[in-house]
Write a protein that binds this ligand. Structure first.
Ligand code: NAD
Length: 501
């Protein structure tokens, strides 16, 4: 099919589709068939400004809309999403490749943040001190910022934007969402749902594009804050550029998540967890386990148990009830496979080789089966780099201390887990490990919506994590008002610094 015959995924502004005037486009593929199914508009600077300025125009009226009315709309959005989430899951599977049940799980985790945002009146309440000084009262309030930009990665086209926009909107901001150009359609579906829920024009907008659109969000004076999620080098760039331009920025980056298995762990439970967390969503999760650290004598038995389970995984088209889908693009599949080639050359043992998988899907799908590599050492590229595919590396450590040291010296600090039946060891681990999100016998410890999500070290740039009370904090700024109401005749000059009296 000629590119020009493809359905065009465009922008969304003022509750209407906006094709944009920039001529650039990118191809969108169905990873399970390899077919180019759509093309997505890539905004130029003028398109980007059109979208940002619509959000800026909508801000004053939305900020001044009562809390009750704002929450009623967020609540309606939640109801519509809940009724129709199967449609969204299908869109995600068609463009990302993850299996339908996993896509539905992604939407459900995003919906939890919408539900949290329905409680925004309570979360925005300030404090009040009567008679802080004689006849002087003091109160605090949190106010919205203005236009906020949300820049999303390909791996969670619905959930990651929903970590941010429900809270941003409920708090009174207007939003410009820039989805990944690899799976841009989920954002438009969400935009239509907002319009159906009654959100006024200009409050939620979608800007499709690449670096050009991102750079406009990072420099336009109407954009007050940017939430970014993606790889570490781009997160660093976004954080440095956005803050240099005076914006509030939270930039969540890449990961290398370790799971420590202690000798006393239930090995069947641990092996199940490694497979679920290593190969779920084809390893394209920022909280995926990619490094198993087997402590002491358990390593051989653990590897055997993981291998047995990995060999039983059905890889195929996400709409056919398989366990694991394809990778997002051919280029990404080839990149991940190159790490397996390299690990073999480096002397690691390939226990399960996903490069020769027989997949239940199109012959041109971007397939790579579950891969298990044993005897990995810290100098190998399959350990050092974030691979972001269905590749699980096993490292062996002689002691808990050696395992901990390994994690704490790794530059990333997103998620980690420990598997043990020893409460004391688990307690030490949660205290000593330098990682933002920790699981104890839980492999993917993604916090609930009312806690905050975020890693440490090279996995997050900025001070504030996503959603929960930190999310409310990020999308609002504090104000303190000191007031005195007394008869004018009780005035008088006093040039000294005010003191309480
Ligand atoms: P990416 O960094 O390639 O892209 C993320 C976003 O940045 C996209 O919207 C993309 O269009 C934009 N972008 C790409 N290149 C850019 C450039 N040069 N300048 C400005 N913007 C640019 O990431 P991805 O491949 O879409 O997603 C996978 C990555 O995201 C992995 O590293 C994964 O760990 C990370 N991730 C992290 C978390 C987290 O919570 N820490 C969550 C999900 C994904």
């Amino acid at each position: 099919m000629a590119t020009s015959d493809l359905t065009r995924v465009g922008h969304w502004v003022d509750n209407k589709a906006f094709p944009g005037n920039g001529g650039r486009v990118a191809e969108v593929t169905n990873p399970a068939t390899g077919a180019v199914t759509r093309e997505v508009a890539l905004a130029d600077a003028a398109d980007s400004r059109t979208v940002i300025e619509a959000a800026a125009t909508a801000f004053p009226a939305w900020r001044d809309t009562s809390l009750a009315k704002r929450v009623a709309i967020v609540f309606r959005f939640r109801e519509l999403l809940n009724q129709r989430k199967d449609e969204l899951a299908e869109i995600i599977t068609n463009e990302h490749g993850k299996v339908l049940s996993d896509a539905l799980g992604e939407v459900t985790r995003g919906q939890e943040v919408v539900e949290f945002a329905c409680g925004i009146p309570h979360l925005l309440k300030g404090g009040f001190s009567e008679n802080a000084s004689t006849e002087v009262d003091v109160h605090s309030a949190r106010q919205p910022l203005g236009v906020v930009g949300i820049i999303a990665p390909f791996n969670f086209p619905a959930m990651v934007p929903m970590w941010f926009f429900p809270i941003a909107i409920a708090a009174g901001n207007t939003v410009v969402l820039k989805p990944s150009e690899k799976d841009p359609s989920a954002a438009l579906w969400l935009a239509e749902l907002w319009a159906e829920a009654g959100l006024p024009a200009g409050v939620f907008n979608v800007l499709q594009g690449d670096k050009v659109a991102v750079d406009e969000l990072l420099s336009h004076r109407s954009v007050k804050a940017v939430s970014f999620v993606g790889s570490t080098p781009i997160a660093q760039y976004v954080y440095a550029t956005g803050t240099a331009n005076g914006k509030r920025v939270q930039a969540l980056g890449g990961a290398k998540n370790h799971a420590v298995v202690l000798p006393d762990a239930d090995l069947d439970l641990a092996a199940d967890a490694m497979v679920n967390a290593g190969f779920g969503s084809a390893g394209e999760r920022c909280m995926a386990i990619s490094a198993v650290v087997a402590v002491g004598a358990v390593a051989d038995e653990l590897v055997e148990k993981i291998a047995e389970r990995a060999r039983g995984i059905r890889t195929g088209d996400g709409t056919r009830g398989c366990d694991m889908g394809p990778l997002v693009t051919a280029a990404h599949r080839d990149r991940v496979a190159s790490y397996i080639d390299r690990a073999e050359q480096d002397g690691a043992s390939l226990v399960v080789d996903g490069r020769r998988v027989g997949a239940d899907g199109g012959p041109d799908g971007f397939w790579l089966g579950p891969t298990l590599i044993d005897h990995v050492t810290t100098d190998m590229s399959c350990y050092r780099d974030e691979i972001f595919g269905p590749v699980l590396s096993v490292l062996r450590a002689d002691s808990y201390d050696e395992a901990l040291e390994l994690i704490n010296t790794n530059p990333y600090g997103n998620g980690t887990a420990i598997f043990t039946n020893d409460g004391g060891a688990a307690r030490r681990f949660q205290n000593e490990v330098e990682v933002g999100m920790v699981g104890i016998n839980v492999p993917i410890p993604v916090p609930m919506a009312y806690y905050s999500f975020g890693g440490w070290k090279s996995s997050l740039f900025g001070d504030t994590h996503a959603h929960g009370t930190e999310g409310v904090h990020f999308f609002t700024r504090g104000k303190v008002v000191t007031s005195r109401w007394r008869a004018p005749s009780q005035g008088g000059l006093n040039l000294g610094f005010p003191q309480t009296a």
